[in-house]
Structures are given as C-alpha cells and as structure tokens.
Design a protein around this ligand. Structure first.
Ligand SMILES: O=C[C@H](O)[C@H](O)COP(=O)(O)O
Ligand SMILES: C=C(OP(=O)(O)O)C(=O)O
Length: 362
C-alpha cells in the first residue's frame, strides 16, 4: 500500500499545555489589574474619550530576555514621566512573520540555534511578560500562530495582526476571540482594504478549530472583538502617515461604520525600513497632532538599547547586547527624544489632556 500521509513530516513532539505553563508562571493579581486597566485605557483612547496617545514602543523582536528587561526598566520611568500625555506600552514581539525565511522569533527558536525548543520559548515568553507586569509595564505583541494566545494572551494589553496575515481568515477568527484591542496592519502593498475587511470579519462571532487550556483540540466559539482598529504602516514603496493618506483611511473606515481612529507605525513601509527615518515620521505625526489630528490616536516605534540591527550568525557570543537581530531600531536616547517630543505635541495640540490628568494604576 502506498503511504499517502506524513510524506513531508519528520517528527511531532509533545507540546506542554497552556494550563501547565501557566501553573509555572501564574497570572498574579498585580498583573491582572495592570492588564485589565491598561486595556480599558487603550479602549478609551480608541473611542476618543481619552485625548492621550497610545505608544507601542520596543524592540522589533525579543531575542534576549535580559536585554528586554533592561529596556523595560528604562521604559517604565519614561512611561511614568509622560503619563499625562501618552499611554506607553512596551512592544514585546515573540513571533516574527518572515517575507521568505529567517529566524521566526523567541517562541519558535529560543536558543537561536535551530533547535526549535518551543516549550522553552513559551516559558521564556510568559515569564518575561509576567516580569514586565511586575515592574508595572504593560505589553503589546503580534500574535501569529493561532495556538500561542492560549499561553500568553492574558498578559497582553494590545495585539497586532500583521501586514502579512491581516487577510488570513485564520487570524481574523483568532482576533474575534481575543480579549484585548487588536490593531490590523495595512497590507505590504500599502492598501488598507484587507485590514478594513479584517475589522468587519473579526468583530462578529466565529466557530473554528483551536486548543483549550488543557491543550485539547477544540471547537472554539467566540463573541467577536469590538475593539479592532487600523494601523497604517506604509507599503508598496510609499509611506501612508501624511495628513492626506490618514484622512483617506479615516474616510474609508467611516464609510464602513468602523472606528476611524487609527495608529501609525513609524517603522516598516513608513520609514522604508531605514531606522533613521523613524524620528522623521514621528516628527511629522507630532506636527499633525499639534494641529489636533483627531484621527491619529497612537504610534508604534521599533526601538532597542542600541541603534540598528545585526545579523544572526552561528557564533552567538559575538552578538552585541541590546541590538535587534531582526529589523533595525532607534536607540534608547533617540527613543526618549521622540517620546518627549510627541508628549509635548499632545500637551499643546490637545489641551484637554492637561485638564484631566490620568493617574495610572499598578
Ligand atoms: O518587523 C519585522 C519584519 O519587518 C517582518 O517580520 C519581515 O521581516 P523580513 O522581511 O526580514 O523577513
Ligand atoms: C512584522 C511587523 O510589522 P508588519 O506586519 O507591518 O510588517 C512587525 O511589526 O514586526
């Protein structure tokens, strides 16, 4: 008899259940309060009820949890300093969608050596999110594999569905069941039709295949996620952060009765992947905010301790500490300048924020 299945499968290894990994790194009351309160504040920003801006800032990807924690310690001070103008959330990305091939992130290959120790990757990810919550720093991520949310989503305040997956039914279904606000990136060709369709699809209930907390294959039924919004990231060799493009996107959203308030990614297609351009994009956004720009409610910045990026090669001991191994990032000094400048623009362009200072919970 001819073999007809598993012709291209070499092995399957057991995956620890979400319940087991959560029992090792349980959600504490402190973390639950931080996550829940931050999600509420983000919802208020997205609804235009809070005039401050959401800022998703941090490394393109996490490959070294110590460096991520050092970055997080610095960011938590800046978050406190600018809390009346900005809701700062750390970008904590564990899963990388690749254009072709490459390292797919800390969960997939935590030892950076093609050993694909995914159980360790999930543990490291959960522990880091838990440690960040305990220094009062909320986290945002991109969710890529539809099984991952079961392991970490209770510690995540904002999620991106990326430019390469916004058109995927699997990801829209997943988003329909997520508990936090979800930003849909425009497509890599620069169009935002797929993201608008994703917002329409993910806000309603779906039934699909997934796993439950015990890791058992399950039929999942969701309510739909009402907190979807657009993230403009440029693409097709053109940025889309200028006033004209933002208005066009907001009008398309209004025409579909969707939330017209959106987030702008300073990196990726908006900076032509040149990290030196991120401050230029941010400055343009700050100028728009000075003139109010009610459609713009958030920004994303790829930032790390050290500027630029480095190639992941065989010898891990030669990796520079605190520098990205995926997209190039701005360094910490530049990050501080960018966020202070945005905070200033919010204070001047949206004077109401000063009248209602927000005290952030822990
Ligand atoms: O932000 C990350 C990258 O832009 C994305 O994962 C694609 O990366 P790649 O084109 O290097 O594969
Ligand atoms: C992959 C990313 O972005 P995009 O989906 O916009 O390319 C990212 O932010 O890491």
């Amino acid at each position: 008899m001819q073999k007809t299945s598993d012709l291209h499968v070499i092995e399957t290894r057991p995956l620890l259940s979400p319940a087991f990994i959560k029992s090792e790194f349980p959600l504490s009351e402190t973390a639950a309060t931080l996550v829940s309160d931050t999600r509420d504040r983000i919802r208020q920003i997205l609804a235009g009820e809070d005039q401050r801006m959401l800022v998703i800032v941090g490394p393109c990807s996490i490959h070294d949890v110590d460096a991520a924690m050092e970055y997080g310690e610095k960011l938590t001070h800046l978050r406190a300093e600018l809390q009346n103008e900005l809701e700062i959330v750390m970008r904590v990305y564990f899963e990388k969608p690749r254009t072709t091939v490459g390292w797919k992130g800390l969960i997939n290959d935590p030892h950076l050596d093609n050993s694909y120790d995914i159980n360790t990757g999930l543990r490291l990810a959960r522990k880091l999110l838990s440690d960040l919550a305990h220094i009062n720093l909320p986290a945002a991520t991109e969710l890529l594999d539809p099984i991952t949310p079961q392991y970490i989503a209770d510690l995540i305040c904002w999620t991106a569905i990326g430019a390469r997956t916004t058109e995927s039914q699997i990801h829209r279904q997943m988003a329909s069941g997520l508990s936090m606000p979800v930003g849909y990136k425009n497509s890599t060709d620069g169009s935002f039709k797929a993201a608008i369709n994703a917002m329409l699809a993910a806000r309603i209930s779906h039934h699909f295949l997934g796993i439950n907390n015990d890791g058992l294959a399950s039929i999942v039924k969701t309510t739909g996620n009402p907190d979807g919004h657009l993230v403009l990231r440029g693409g097709g060799d053109e940025p889309n952060y200028n006033g004209e493009k933002v208005s066009a996107a907001a009008n398309s959203l209004k025409n579909k009765a969707l939330n017209h308030r959106l987030v702008i990614d300073c990196s990726h297609g908006n900076s032509d992947k040149d990290y030196n351009r991120q401050p230029i994009v941010l400055e343009d956004i700050a100028q728009q905010v000075l003139a109010s720009a009610p459609n713009i409610v958030g920004v994303m910045i790829e930032s790390h301790l050290i500027a630029g990026n480095q190639k992941l090669k065989g010898d891990l001991s030669s990796l520079a500490y605190g520098q990205s191994i995926t997209d190039a990032c701005v360094n910490w000094e530049t990050t501080q300048k960018m966020l202070r400048s945005l905070g200033n623009a919010v204070a001047q362009g949206r004077p109401k924020v000063r009248q209602n200072p927000v005290l952030q919970g822990g």
